[in-house]
Design a protein around this ligand. Structure first.
Ligand SMILES: Cc1cc2nc3c(=O)[nH]c(=O)nc-3n(C[C@H](O)[C@H](O)[C@H](O)COP(=O)(O)O)c2cc1C
Length: 337
């Protein structure tokens, strides 16, 4: 790989932690981050992460094995904390000696951090606030991702720039922190590294990679979109708290409003409880994303995308995307002196 001394220096902690050349994680994206994209990112010097999503245990087992067949470089697995078989999924990762497990979708359940660490793997968690970041650090988590509301998919309420300023000065010395949400150029990567980040995580920027299996129509929607097309879903009923999802506007956006009305009515009638209501909402998203990513139904499916979608201009190989990001970051360090 090209020598980029300043970038390598600033990324040293992240690359040592991940075991790769560039401290750039390919953020796990359900249906998109499967063997091909994950292996391509890791083979090109980044760090690919498999999105387990709602996959059953045997499918994750097969996906990890297939990814190992495509790369001998390290990669991670992202597990959703509310998966009913979380501990069996952790066992599968352990059997495959996956080195890094990312826990997403809420607080890690009791025993999960310990179970992952017992297998020898590093645990990476999302920190939505400084207080939570401190708590996770105390619980033995090895690294954190802080993800702003510019990101694609499920989002929190705070922007990347504010989270970075709130969390990096207090916690960056304690453990490696990867910044995510709205990053599509190397200049921004350089800025977060200078603020103390160990590295970054990008999702949207990798969707249109050659190696991504996303449907051609899904990629076309990304190539056409600008930042303002990637909007957060709206909660229509105060009794039904739904985690907002950022996606490109389409007919599916309205269908989600209708789905919320339907679920809220079932809640009112006492036909379902809050847990079941939230499960129905999450199942809805998983299905809608699959319809768009795999089947190419870009009208009715969910086009989860971050605001950085406006900077996705072409379908290109993962290696070119990573090279551009690294070159831009190195140039930024050089010009800043
Ligand atoms: C289509 C799509 C699907 C996603 N699915 C997941 C997921 O299953 N689990 C997860 O932790 N994050 C998911 N994310 C978030 C990404 O992992 C990543 O953190 C995010 O895309 C970073 O922000 P960016 O999109 O601005 O680059 C998804 C993002 C997108 C765009």
């Amino acid at each position: 790989m090209t020598a980029r001394p300043r970038l390598s220096h600033h990324m040293a902690r992240g690359t040592a932690f991940l075991g790769c050349e560039l401290a750039i994680l390919g953020g796990a994206m359900s249906w998109v981050s499967e063997r091909n994209l994950v292996a391509a990112i890791s083979n090109a010097g980044g760090f690919g992460v498999i999105a387990c999503g709602a996959m059953p245990v045997d499918l994750l087992d097969a996906e990890i094995a297939a990814t190992k067949a495509l790369t001998d470089k390290p990669f991670g697995v992202n597990l959703i904390t509310m998966h009913p078989d979380l501990f069996a999924l952790i066992d599968v990762c352990a059997r495959h000696k996956v080195g890094h497990v990312v826990l997403a979708g809420g607080l890690p359940p009791k025993g999960s951090i310990e179970a992952i660490k017992a297998s020898g793997a590093a645990v990476i968690c999302f920190a939505p606030t400084l207080a939570m970041g401190k708590k996770l650090a105390r619980s033995g988590v090895d690294a954190l991702v802080i993800e702003g509301m510019e990101a694609g998919g499920h989002i929190g309420p705070v922007s990347t720039s504010v989270l970075a300023q709130e969390i990096l000065p207090d916690l960056a010395d304690e453990l490696p922190i990867f910044v995510a949400g709205g990053i599509a150029r190397g200049e921004a990567i350089a800025a977060f590294l200078e603020m103390g980040a160990a590295g970054v995580q990008l999702g949207t920027r990798f969707v249109c990679a050659h190696e991504s299996i996303a449907h051609p129509d899904f990629k076309r929607a990304f190539l056409r979109a600008s930042a303002r097309d990637a909007v957060a879903s709206v909660q229509i009923d105060p009794r039904l708290p739904v985690i907002p999802v950022r996606a490109l506007k389409n007919a599916g956006t309205e269908a989600f409003t209708a789905k919320q009305v339907e679920v809220a009515q079932l809640l009112d009638q006492g036909a379902i409880d809050m847990g079941e209501a939230q499960l129905q909402i999450e199942t809805y998203w998983a299905g809608a994303l699959r319809r768009a990513v795999i089947d190419g139904d870009v009208e009715n499916g969910s086009l989860m995308a971050g605001q950085s979608v406006g900077m996705v201009k072409a379908e290109e190989p993962v290696a070119d995307i990573l090279r551009a990001l690294a070159d831009e970051a190195e140039s930024a360090f050089v010009s800043r002196g």
